[in-house]
Design a protein around this ligand. Structure first.
Ligand SMILES: [Zn+2]
Length: 307
């Protein structure tokens, strides 16, 4: 991903938002998140755009719609007089009370992500996945439960799911999670009582939940907890081998991307005539579209990383 003169950004994850662009157009949440992560001067200038309000650039109308992926995430509709092109960015259509809800947008040409674009990916209900933690607590309430979750989006979603499931104890956070959690709270997302992990003894975390970035699960940071239960919230946890390899005791299949059914339902519902598939497992989705008489092609992009 290169720095460019004019960047239109769907959301704040590092594989979609980088620093160094001259001009950035994005939702206010995405701009705020970029500034928190990269500093106030991470772009030459910022222009915020509200959902649903078209902006005319060179005879094209650009309209942002909620993508349901993380706070501020957007799908971008680009319209001429005769055609509607929709770029989904990262998205999911299933409910998530930690961000704006996904909205279906009809179009003629769809560019969809396909992170989980294989029929084998069928995400279970996150409300049920989070109960695995609460059930483990019932069996053993003296252990420390460390949940690996990316700092932007996944952590806040996991916390919100725990709160919605009735867990109202203090949740402890790795230092890298604090700023974004504070930002979500400032935007009206109720995350309950949160505290940083620092300056506490191992015994203080017995019977507690700690949230940390996945990278911290294996490094020396996690050695401060004696015999913790390692949990990991990710769509990839549906691959059992992956959970085993990372020594995860409680895998939580909680994804911020569409699963296979969400992808094909979106393609059908948006009434598109043509699909470009990107960011993930292009081939299976392209094949599905063609079998359903919808034109489709893979669209390969540079700079793809997983977040
Ligand atoms: Zn993303």
């Amino acid at each position: 991903m290169m720095a460019v003169e004019n960047a239109i950004i769907t959301h704040g994850h590092a594989d979609h938002a980088r620093k160094g662009h001259q001009n950035v157009l994005a939702t206010q949440n995405t701009i705020d998140i970029m500034k928190i992560r990269y500093g106030d001067k991470c772009a030459g200038s910022f222009q915020s755009i509200e959902y649903h309000k078209p902006l005319k650039i060179n005879n094209l109308n650009f309209t942002f719609y909620p993508a349901g992926h993380i706070l501020g995430s957007a799908q971008i509709l680009i319209e001429t007089k005769n055609s509607r092109l929709l770029i989904t960015g990262d998205y999911k259509t299933s409910p998530d009370s930690s961000c704006q809800s996904y909205e279906l947008v009809e179009c003629d040409q769809l560019i969809t992500e396909a992170t989980f674009g294989l029929p084998v990916f069928q995400h279970p209900k996150p409300e049920n996945e989070i109960k695995k933690i609460l059930k483990a607590f019932e069996k053993n309430d003296t252990k420390t439960y460390i949940i690996g979750a990316y700092a932007l989006g996944k952590s806040q979603r996991v916390i919100k799911l725990l709160r919605d499931a009735g867990y109202d104890e203090t949740i402890y956070l790795h230092g890298s999670q604090l700023k974004i959690c504070d930002y979500y709270i400032s935007q009206g997302i109720n995350l309950g009582n949160l505290e940083p992990v620092s300056y506490k003894k191992s015994a203080d975390f017995e019977g507690k939940i700690v949230i940390a970035p996945p990278s911290a699960l294996k490094d020396k940071w996690s050695r401060r907890f004696s015999d913790p239960v390692i949990c990991y919230a990710s769509g990839w946890m549906s691959i059992k081998q992956r959970a085993k390899q990372s020594l995860v005791e409680i895998p939580l299949i909680i994804s911020d991307h569409c699963d296979w059914n969400e992808l094909i339902t979106t393609i059908k519902s948006c009434k598109t005539k043509s699909v470009w598939v990107t960011h993930g497992r292009e081939d299976a989705l392209v094949h599905w579209c063609k079998s359903n008489n919808i034109n489709a092609e893979p669209l390969y992009m540079q700079g793809r990383e997983e977040e």
